[in-house]
Design a protein around this ligand. Structure first.
Ligand SMILES: [Zn+2]
Ligand SMILES: [Zn+2]
Length: 343
């Protein structure tokens, strides 16, 4: 089968490899749809400390069960399925306290290689984070399960109120998913901050009340005016730059909530004024990845049709066009791109 491999930062190749086989508890999926995400682009550009090269690539996908290993009873060949590409061990101290997202095993056993024709799902993921795809959901929409799970996990830690002004910084796929979720949860007013016209237009279509183009407006000023000088009730940071983290903390109201979502380059440091944390009583929360509970909630949201996730997919290409796909992403001309291995 063909599998896309990252040889070095910036250098991709399609390789012919043996298709995977299902061991005990495992399932092999024939991939019908895969999606690119911000992590893929970052890995393509600068490598990834957790994925030594050469490395297979891609972790957002959906497809059909091709082979089931011994002991698998919940799935059968031919069923259409959605999969989140990680699951926790269930036994370590983090897992026992309900923080499977922080379990070492979760990231160590992450599935990679969704930009390929087939992929093997390890037993612990089959058992926890694999679901049947209903007819009403397309394979491409189903592949959104992973990023949506991250966003839903964040949402589980964020109080939202119909009086709240919510500022979301970063109009990429994660910011736009936060927008859809906050809208659904009844946030009062949503302000979307971004740098690219196409993404801000999408934010408007998805229900943002105010969009702010950072390249031509001072965001702090604008939020100050919009809130009569108080600041935003909730700030969700989805850009992944230390200066944006600092700005997010600066624009929250006294007693407000700041959720830090975007991964900065490792080792980055952020400065927080003491008065903001102490006298202004801010809640600043970092969120990482997701738990099986968040995956189940995302699955329910996706299959309910309540979110317009197809708005995020701005193009669909065959796997053979991988160079063009990553060029388009690098130029910022896409939100997410769909990849079909089969044609
Ligand atoms: Zn992803
Ligand atoms: Zn664990």
């Amino acid at each position: 089968m063909q599998q896309l491999v990252l040889l070095n930062p910036g250098s991709l190749a399609l390789r012919n490899v043996d298709p995977p086989q299902a061991g005990p508890g495992e399932v092999v999926i024939k991939i019908q749809a895969a999606l690119t995400c911000g992590t893929d682009l970052k890995t393509y550009r600068r490598g990834h400390p957790k994925f030594p090269m050469p490395t297979p690539f891609g972790h957002e996908f959906s497809g059909d069960v091709w082979e089931v290993g011994p002991g698998v009873t919940r799935f059968q060949k031919g069923q259409a399925v959605l999969v989140a590409p990680t699951a926790p061990c269930g036994e370590c101290p983090h897992c026992r306290r309900g923080f499977g997202n922080l379990c070492d095993y979760t990231m160590r056993t992450m599935m990679l290689g969704a930009f390929a024709e087939y992929i093997r799902v390890p037993a612990h993921i089959v058992a926890q984070n694999m679901f049947l795809k209903p007819e009403s959901l397309s394979y491409m929409e189903g592949a959104v399960l992973e990023p949506l799970s991250c966003v839903v996990y964040g949402g589980q830690h964020l109080p939202l109120d119909s009086r709240d002004t919510v500022v979301i910084i970063g109009a990429g796929p994660i910011g736009l998913l936060h927008l859809m979720l906050a809208r659904l949860r009844g946030a009062g007013r949503i302000v979307m901050v971004g740098r690219r016209k196409m993404r801000l237009a999408t934010a408007r279509r998805l229900g943002a009340d105010v969009v702010v183009d950072e390249t031509s407006e001072d965001v702090l000023d604008r939020v100050h005016h919009l809130t009569d000088g108080r600041g935003a009730d909730v700030v969700i940071e989805c850009a992944g730059h230390p200066q944006v983290w600092e700005k997010s903390i600066a624009m929250a109201r006294r007693g407000g909530h700041v959720m830090l979502f975007g991964g900065c380059a490792s080792g980055s440091k952020v400065r927080i004024p003491m008065e903001r944390m102490l006298m202004d009583g801010l809640t600043v929360k970092g969120v990482f990845h997701f738990t099986p509970d968040a995956v189940r909630e995302s699955y329910q949201l996706l299959t309910s049709g309540a979110l317009q996730v197809s708005e995020l997919i701005t193009g669909i290409h065959p796997l053979s066009e991988f160079r063009r796909i990553f060029e388009t992403l690098s130029n910022g001309e896409a939100i997410k791109l769909g990849i079909r291995p089969g044609f």
